[in-house]
Design a binder for this molecule. Structure first.
Ligand SMILES: [Zn+2]
Length: 315
C-alpha cells in the first residue's frame, strides 16, 4: 500500500490533506493520568485514545498520528519507567491498531516516532528507534496498518540521517514512505534547531538524499513559532527542496497559569494560519501541542471554503 505517495504525487491540485491535532495534550485534557508515559494509555486507557482519534475524525481530519510518540525506553524523560522491551512493543502495536480501528479504512494513519533524549549515545538511540519503527510497521489481516512512518519533533539532523540510513536498508517502510519533521525555535532570531543551531536548509539536506524513502519534509511543535516563523520555514524549505511539505504547529507557545498551561492561539486564529500555510504550498497540515478538535474543525471549514481542502484520502 503506497496510498500516501499516490496522494502526494497528485501535486497541489490534490488539495491539503488535513491531519489531526495534538495527541498528548488532548489526552491530558480528556483526563489521562499524568506522571507516567502517555503512550502507556494505549494499554491502560484505550478508550481515551479512541476518544482522541474520534474527536479529530469528527473535526474533519483525514490523517491521524498514533499515540506512540516516545514509546521506547531510551526516549522517555526522567527516571526509567521499568517497562521491558516486550511492553514497549505491545504499546506501539496497540497504538497503531487503535488509530486504524478509530479512523477506518479511508483514513490515513501516520505512525509517530519522536526525538531521542540528547544524552543517549547516538548508536544506542538509533538502535532503539529502529526497534520502535519495527513494532510500528506491523501488518494486520487487511494489510499494513499504518500508511507512513512520521519521524517528528526532531532537532538533530545527524540523528535523523543515521536513522534514515538504517531504515533505507530495511524493507518495512520502503513501500509506504517516511515523513520527517523538525521542531524549530524562533525565540533567538530566525528559526533554528536546538541545540545545534541548524536552519531549514541543513535539515532538508540531511533528509533529501534518502528519497524515495522520504516522501515529505516538515516542521512541527517547537517554541515561539508564530505564523511568521512558520512561513519563513516553508519559504526556506521551498527554496531548497521540492519534497511535499508537512506542517503541524502548536497552538502558540503556552503560558503557565495556576490552572495549568494555557495555549494562546484560538481555533479561529489557527484556521487563519492554516489557510496562509496552505497557500504557501503545504500539502499535509495539522496541529501539534495545544491544538484540539475545535482548532482542526475551524481549519477544515476555512480550507474548504477557500477550495484548498482535499475531500478524501483518495488519490
Ligand atoms: Zn508539540
Amino acid at each position: 500500500m503506497d496510498r500516501l505517495r499516490r496522494i502526494l504525487a497528485s501535486g497541489s491540485a490534490g488539495g491539503v490533506v488535513l491531519l489531526d491535532g495534538g495527541i498528548g495534550t488532548e489526552l491530558l485534557r480528556l483526563g489521562a493520568p499524568s506522571g507516567q508515559p502517555l503512550e502507556g494509555c494505549n494499554l491502560s486507557h484505550p478508550q481515551l485514545v479512541r476518544q482522541v482519534h474520534a474527536g479529530y475524525r469528527a473535526a474533519g481530519a483525514i490523517a491521524h498520528k498514533t499515540n506512540t510518540f516516545l514509546a521506547r525506553p531510551t526516549a522517555q524523560p526522567g527516571a526509567p519507567s521499568g517497562h521491558d522491551r516486550e511492553w514497549w512493543q505491545r504499546c506501539n502495536c496497540q497504538g497503531v491498531r487503535l488509530a486504524r480501528d478509530s479512523v477506518g479504512a479511508e483514513g490515513l494513519v501516520f505512525a509517530s516516532l519522536g526525538p531521542p533524549r540528547p544524552e543517549v549515545p547516538r548508536a544506542e538511540a538509533i538502535a532503539d528507534a529502529l526497534a520502535q519503527a519495527t513494532a510500528l510497521a506491523q501488518s494486520g489481516p487487511q494489510g499494513q496498518l499504518a500508511d507512513a512512518l512520521l519521524i517528528e519533533t526532531q532537532s538533530s539532523p545527524a540523528f535523523v540521517a543515521g536513522l534514515l540510513e538504517a531504515l533505507d536498508r530495511w524493507p518495512e517502510w520502503q513501500d509506504r514512505g517516511v515523513i520527517v519533521s523538525f521542531a524549530y525555535r524562533g525565540d533567538q532570531g530566525p528559526p533554528r534547531l536546538h541545540p545545534g543551531g541548524e536552519g531549514p536548509e541543513e535539515a532538508a539536506a540531511a533528509v533529501q538524499r534518502f528519497r524515495p524513502l522520504v516522501v515529505a519534509l516538515g516542521a512541527n511543535c517547537g517554541r515561539e513559532m508564530g505564523l511568521e516563523a512558520l512561513e519563513e520555514v516553508v519559504r526556506r524549505y521551498r527554496a531548497c527542496t521540492d519534497l511535499p511539505l508537512f506542517l503541524s504547529p502548536n497552538a502558540g507557545t503556552p503560558a503557565a497559569t495556576p490552572e495549568g498551561l494555557r495555549w494562546p492561539v484560538s481555533p479561529e486564529e489557527f484556521a487563519r494560519w492554516a489557510e496562509t500555510l496552505a497557500r504557501g504550498g503545504v500539502r499535509l497540515l495539522g496541529g501539534c501541542c495545544g491544538t484540539t478538535p475545535a482548532h482542526l474543525a475551524a481549519a477544515a471549514d476555512r480550507l474548504r471554503t477557500a477550495g484548498l481542502l482535499a475531500a478524501s484520502a483518495q488519490p
